[in-house]
Design a binder for this molecule. Structure first.
Ligand SMILES: [Zn+2]
Length: 252
């Protein structure tokens, strides 16, 4: 892909454990194969997620559940070949003047209609969407200063499918891109209508990375299961595994 040419270090910014694989697993595998140094920052720990029946004896929302999802994320990143990961609000993704770490919690979501998510009614004061873009961007900027990526990648303005944490993650990443002068690409979800100029989107088929994406998806067994070419979410939503990647430059 032309948009990735010449880039040596990339930071992908995601909202929850599993998004790095669901939305950008094939893209990450492609970057790793190109010899790019790939960094991933995850904003929340997916505290509001559900649990696939029978995979773990942990209560959703409990500390054990969060620890389980962190282990799943770690295994998925290993499967994709990512060696650099941080959680937003934890050093090095925490701004210097801060007194201590900050936890950005999963805001939760509800389905407004099939395929379009909206915020949960009870997202809480520690949720990612309750924090200001400015505060979250300061923490992301600390990671950027520490690692000097040449390119930022995150969701499109609609957050892929509308999850409020994804929308906020797009806003936070865009803010850091603008203030630090680092180009940002947005990931265009396949088979969805998109705002803006569709001719500016560069598409690439990356099904050659399918085996690695499947391995990473299997690491997220509390959230998804594989069924042939499809991934089935804990809530029952089914979609093809994403191997067709669309990217569009957001800034500068
Ligand atoms: Zn997500």
């Amino acid at each position: 892909m032309r948009l990735l040419d010449g880039v040596r270090r990339v930071l992908l910014v995601h909202a929850h454990p599993d998004d790095e694989t669901l939305a950008t697993g094939a893209l990450i595998a492609e970057l790793v194969d190109r010899g790019v140094e790939v960094h991933v920052v995850t904003a929340t720990r997916g505290e509001r997620g559900e649990l696939m029946p029978g995979v773990a004896a942990v209560e959703p929302g409990s500390p054990a559940y969060v620890a389980h999802r962190e282990r799943e994320l770690s295994a998925a990143l290993t499967a994709l070949g990512v060696a650099h990961h941080a959680t937003l609000g934890m050093p090095p993704a925490r701004h210097r003047a801060a007194a201590g770490p900050r936890r950005y919690r999963d805001s939760g979501m509800q389905w407004i209609r099939p395929g379009l998510a909206g915020p949960a009614d009870d997202s809480g004061p520690e949720s990612l969407t309750a924090a200001t873009v400015h505060d979250a961007a300061a923490d992301l900027a600390a990671y950027v200063k520490a690692t000097a990526p040449e390119l930022l990648i995150s969701y499109d303005a609609g957050g892929g499918y509308g999850h409020p944490d994804h929308v906020r993650t797009h806003e936070v990443t865009t803010e850091v891109s603008r203030t630090h002068g680092i180009p940002m690409l947005e990931v265009i979800p396949p088979d969805r209508s998109v705002d803006g100029d569709p001719t500016a989107i560069e598409w690439a088929e990356m099904s050659r990375h399918l085996a690695r994406v499947q391995q990473a998806l299997r690491a997220h067994a509390s959230q998804v299961l594989l069924d042939g070419p499809d991934v089935v979410h804990v809530g029952g939503q089914r979609e093809p595994i994403v191997t067709r990647v669309g990217l569009r430059r957001v800034t500068p």
